[in-house]
Design a binder for this molecule. Structure first.
Ligand SMILES: Nc1nc2c(c(=O)[nH]1)N(C=O)[C@@H](CNc1ccc(C(=O)N[C@@H](CCC(=O)O)C(=O)O)cc1)CN2
Ligand SMILES: Nc1ncnc2c1ncn2[C@@H]1O[C@H](COP(=O)(O)OP(=O)(O)OP(=O)(O)O)[C@@H](O)[C@H]1O
Length: 203
């Protein structure tokens, strides 16, 4: 600066904002065109391709807006004897924690208005996670809501042991390109109404 004054701070640019907007539009279109069968088909593919017979701890998400419904998947997993968990964003810029969900668990309103199990529900670490996405790339890169929650969560869980992160959404959420940052954690697979796929190479 010529007069020695401090320059104004640069705006905190979200390079992915335009891509999130486009992804949300594609998802809204898919949800509107869906007669309600996509979630059931996707649940079937998820179980066929990724869920073993042995009981596991599996994290789902409580769908909001146009996110693909997890109700069928939830019901099938519980019926098969698996433990279902739901994510809780306890604080910003921190990993999610997971609390057990059972059919009789009364959900309360969490951060961003997303329903979560109450503090009385036992906390547990998932072995498989159905991850909500705005968009997913062919190489497994994930575009999310922008909180960085799943990136931090997967980094932590993967450092601790084996965990399978499977994106769950409409086929229309597959995107050719969006930017990827060094902190972005890639998915191990993606499941939609069209089927299940595994991403072999994760950076
Ligand atoms: N169903 C669901 N549960 C989830 C997530 C998710 O994406 N979907 N999360 C994934 O990380 C975590 C919560 N993270 C979130 C991060 C940011 C915003 C957010 O920016 N919400 C905006 C509205 C977004 C919009 O609809 O345009 C807001 O509340 O202002 C929401 C959730 C954990 N639980
Ligand atoms: N492991 C990390 N360490 C530090 N900052 C991180 C980490 N992961 C993400 N962030 C920060 O979080 C913010 C959001 O990241 P990003 O846009 O990738 O979120 P997202 O994966 O789309 O969101 P979400 O997982 O909540 O759906 C970025 O500003 C990024 O710098």
């Amino acid at each position: 600066m010529q007069n020695g004054a401090t320059p104004p701070p640069l705006p905190d640019l979200d390079w992915k904002a335009a891509f999130r907007k486009r992804a949300k539009a594609a998802r809204a279109e898919a949800a509107a065109a869906d007669g309600g069968s996509a979630a059931m088909k996707a649940a079937h593919h998820f179980i066929e391709d990724f869920i073993p017979q042995t009981p596991l701890r599996i994290a789902l998400y409580c769908p909001v807006g146009d996110e693909l419904d997890t109700a069928y998947l939830n019901a099938d997993l519980l019926a098969a004897g698996h433990e279902v968990l739901l994510p809780v964003a306890v604080e910003e810029n921190a990993p999610l924690i997971f609390r057990q969900f059972r059919m009789d668990t009364p959900l309360i309103k969490g951060r961003y208005g997303i329903p979560i199990p109450p503090e009385s529900a036992p906390e547990a670490a998932p072995e498989i996670i159905a991850v909500p996405v705005l968009g997913v790339r062919r190489d497994g890169a994930r575009l999310g809501m922008g909180g960085g929650y799943y990136d931090r969560t997967l980094m932590k869980l993967r450092a601790e042991g084996e965990v399978l992160a499977i994106g769950f959404g409409y086929a229309a959420q597959k995107m050719e390109r969006f930017p990827v940052m060094p902190h972005d954690e890639f998915l191990d697979g993606y499941v939609s109404e069209d089927g299940a796929e595994r991403f072999e190479r994760r950076r």
